[in-house]
Design a protein around this ligand. Structure first.
Ligand SMILES: Nc1nc2c(c(=O)[nH]1)N[C@H]1C(S)=C(S)[C@@H](COP(=O)(O)O)O[C@H]1N2
Ligand SMILES: [Mo]
Length: 260
């Protein structure tokens, strides 16, 4: 498995990595378990709570996955010919694009003790833009290969360091809506090791075009080491915290860890 690719922004190829076959074997089992769980949840009525035994299984599986996680493990990258159609998977209504012109992301829990607000122009001029073609894997049992560009979360972390006690980041979209179009903020927990993974992007572009509202304009999280549900669209807030923050889907019976 190689991650060789050269981006149109003149990036160096990402390092290649060796795959341990035992690890692959265990990952395959995990994938099966996850997809099985996703399908069962869908059958039971999408978004309903998972049966107790299944959530226990997911928790045990999370522990295995955590012990295998390495900040240096790269997920595979793909070529442009392997790009597939990406659907809009807002689980509620797609937000009205009127939030986009006045959009900014607020950073809280910083070492400075002061909140910072950044607009899309600040982000795109201050940080280098990286691109990557990676697979987005939805727990509902589909995946898509998509071409993203954006800044590295790690670069943002270096520029605006979190307070020393921080171990987690809460990634939030306050413009998220429920199926009826009522406000329904979406929030996930991301551990800092995952945030600083080199393939974790705050994406601004899909297929070399600025993100459309369907895919999380103007800024979304692309965290290919995690399931799609952690890849928050239309981010409005990043908060660094010491304790594991709340997570929208974990509260609805899914796993907290959601690694792939
Ligand atoms: N704000 C927000 N972000 C979200 C979601 C959502 O409902 N609201 N759905 C998640 C899920 S379950 C998936 S699989 C991916 C899908 O990304 P896409 O809609 O760009 O395909 O977005 C994730 N990010
Ligand atoms: Mo998903």
């Amino acid at each position: 498995m190689s991650t060789k690719s050269r981006g149109c922004f003149g990036e160096q190829p990402l390092p290649t990595f060796e795959v341990n076959t035992q690890l692959l074997h265990r990952r395959t089992r995990r994938d099966l378990l996850l997809f099985g769980a996703g399908t069962m949840a869908a059958l039971a009525g999408a978004r309903s709570l998972l049966p107790h035994a299944l959530s226990v299984a997911l928790r045990i599986d999370d522990e295995v996955a955590k012990s295998l996680y390495s900040p240096r493990r790269m997920v595979p990258t793909y070529t442009k010919s392997q790009i597939t159609q990406l659907k809009n998977n807002y689980s509620g209504a797609t937000p009205d694009p009127s939030y986009i012109p006045g959009w900014h992301v607020t950073l809280d829990g910083l070492a400075s003790g002061v909140s910072v607000a950044l607009n899309i122009r600040n982000l795109m001029t201050r940080f280098s833009i990286h691109e990557q073609i990676t697979r987005l894997v939805c727990v509902e049992g589909w995946s898509a290969v998509a071409w993203w560009a954006g800044l590295r979360f790690d670069d943002l972390l270096r520029a605006h360091p979190p307070m020393s006690q921080a171990k987690w980041v809460r990634v939030e979209s306050s413009v998220n809506l429920d199926v009826s179009g009522n406000p329904d903020p979406y929030y996930v927990s991301i551990d800092l090791a995952t945030a600083l993974h080199p393939q974790t992007l705050l994406a601004t572009h899909l297929n070399s075009q600025p993100l459309a509202v369907e895919h999380g304009a103007p800024l979304r999280l692309i965290v290919p080491v995690k399931l799609g549900l952690k890849n928050v669209k239309a981010i409005t807030g990043l908060t660094y915290v010491a304790q594991e923050p709340r997570d929208y889907w974990a509260e609805r019976g899914y796993s907290h860890y959601d690694g792939i």
